[in-house]
Design a binder for this molecule. Structure first.
Ligand code: PMP
Length: 356
C-alpha cells in the first residue's frame, strides 16, 4: 500500500510523476533507450533541459524579465558558497537574516568569505518565529534570506525592501504560492521538496547582477559560465532534471502557483485547526509565522507518544517525526501532498483524543 509520506525531503512527488519517470527509465520517448543511458547532448535531452528551464521561469512569472534558470549540482548547500563568490565584491559586504539551521549554514559560508552582517536572528528562541522590524544596511552587495524554514516550520510572509539584490533560499517552498518573484535577484532551491528527486538545484538568476565583483571565479562556481553553457557546463543530472520537468508540467496543468497556493492553504488550515482545537497537541511555530509547507507540533504530554505513534503508523503514515533539534512531529505537506492524506493525519489525532 502506498504510504502517506510526510517526509521533509526527499519527499512526496505527484503519483503521475512517479509513473512517467518510471516509464522513462525503461523506454524514454519510445527511443528504445532508458533516460539513464542517453547522452546529455542528445536532441531529446536538450529539449528536456530547455522545457524544464522555460517552465521554471513561466511558473514563477519571470519569463522575458532578464532571468536565467539553471539546474546545478551540489545541493542548496553549494549555493551557500556560490552566492558570495558571485555577488560579494573584494572587500565588500553582505547582510543575512538568520531564521534557522539552513540560514545559519548560509551565513557561515558567507562569513568565511567576507564581511557578513546578521541583521536579526531568532536563534535564542530555537527559531520559532521570523524576526521583523530589522534594518538592512545600505552599503551591502546583497541581502540573503530563507523563505521557509524546513526544520522549524516557519515561513516568511513578507520580504524586506532593499536596493541591494535580494537573494532567497526557497528550497522548501518554491512553486508553492503566488508571490511577486521579480523582487528577487537570485532564487535557489534544492529539487527534493517541491520539484523532483534529490540531485539538482534550481537557481534562477537576474542576469544583470552578475559580473560585478572583479573576482576570478572558479568555473564550476561561476554562474556566468553555467549560463553561457546553457546549464551543461558539465554533465547535468539528467534524471533529476527530467523528473523535475515532469513535476513542473504537472503543476502547470493544475493551474500553476495560484491554484496550488489555494490547495496548500486548505491543507495547512485543516491541520493547524486540529492542532489548535485538540487539547493533546500544541504548535511549535508562532502562529503568525506558521509555514504552509512544514507543520511542526508536539504532544502536551509525552506519555501519549507511544500511543500516538502507533496510531499514525497504523494509518499508513510515514515520515512524521520532528527534526532532532525540535523534537515532536513535523508534517511536511508539500505541493504533491493530497488533502486526503492530511485528513488521515487529522483523523489519527482525533483518534488519540478519543482513546485517552
Ligand atoms: N535550505 C533549506 C531551506 C533546506 O530545507 C535544505 C535541506 N533540507 C537546504 C537548504 C540544504 O539543501 P541540500 O541538502 O540540497 O544542500
Amino acid at each position: 500500500m502506498k504510504k502517506h509520506n510526510f517526509s521533509a525531503g526527499p519527499s512526496i512527488l505527484p503519483q503521475e510523476v512517479f509513473e512517467k519517470a518510471s516509464q522513462a527509465v525503461l523506454n524514454f520517448n519510445n527511443s528504445g533507450l532508458s533516460i539513464l543511458e542517453i547522452s546529455h547532448r542528445s536532441k531529446d535531452f536538450i529539449a528536456v533541459m530547455e522545457e524544464a528551464q522555460a517552465l521554471a521561469l513561466e511558473l514563477l512569472g519571470l519569463t522575458g524579465k532578464g532571468y536565467q534558470a539553471l539546474f546545478l549540482q551540489g545541493g542548496a548547500s553549494l549555493e551557500f558558497l556560490r552566492i558570495p563568490y558571485n555577488l560579494m565584491k573584494e572587500n565588500g559586504k553582505a547582510a543575512y537574516l538568520d531564521t534557522g539551521t539552513w540560514a545559519s549554514g548560509a551565513i557561515k559560508q558567507a562569513k568565511a568569505f567576507g564581511e557578513t552582517v546578521v541583521v536579526a536572528s531568532s536563534k535564542d528562541d530555537n527559531y520559532n518565529f521570523i524576526p521583523k522590524g530589522y534594518e538592512i544596511p545600505t552599503d551591502i552587495d546583497y541581502f540573503h534570506c530563507t523563505s521557509n524554514n524546513t526544520i522549524f516550520g516557519t515561513q516568511m510572509k513578507e520580504f524586506p525592501k532593499t536596493d541591494a539584490p535580494l537573494v532567497c533560499d526557497m528550497s522548501s517552498d518554491i512553486f508553492s504560492k503566488d508571490i511577486d518573484y521579480s523582487q528577487f535577484s537570485i532564487i535557489y532551491a534544492g529539487a527534493q521538496k517541491n520539484m523532483g528527486p534529490a540531485g539538482t538545484t534550481l537557481v534562477v538568476i537576474k542576469e544583470e547582477i552578475l559580473g560585478k565583483t572583479g573576482r576570478n571565479i572558479p568555473a564550476m562556481l561561476d554562474y556566468s559560465q553555467h549560463i553561457a553553457k546553457e546549464s551543461m557546463y558539465n554533465t547535468p543530472p539528467v534524471f533529476a532534471v527530467y523528473t523535475s520537468m515532469l513535476t513542473l508540467q504537472w503543476l502547470k496543468n493544475l493551474g500553476g502557483v495560484e491554484a496550488i497556493e489555494k490547495m496548500n492553504e486548505t491543507k495547512a488550515n485543516l491541520l493547524y485547526k486540529e492542532i489548535d482545537r485538540n487539547p493533546l497537541f500544541k504548535g511549535v511555530a508562532k502562529a503568525e509565522d506558521r509555514s504552509l509547507m512544514n507543520v511542526t507540533f508536539t504532544l502536551n504530554n509525552e506519555e501519549h507518544q507511544p500511543i500516538f505513534d502507533e496510531l499514525w503508523k497504523a494509518a499508513g503514515i510515514s515520515g512524521l517525526n520532528g527534526h532532532r533539534s525540535v523534537g515532536g512531529y513535523r508534517a511536511s505537506i508539500y505541493n504533491a501532498m493530497p488533502l486526503e492524506s492530511v485528513q488521515v493525519l487529522v483523523d489519527a489525532m482525533k483518534e488519540l483524543e478519543n482513546k485517552i
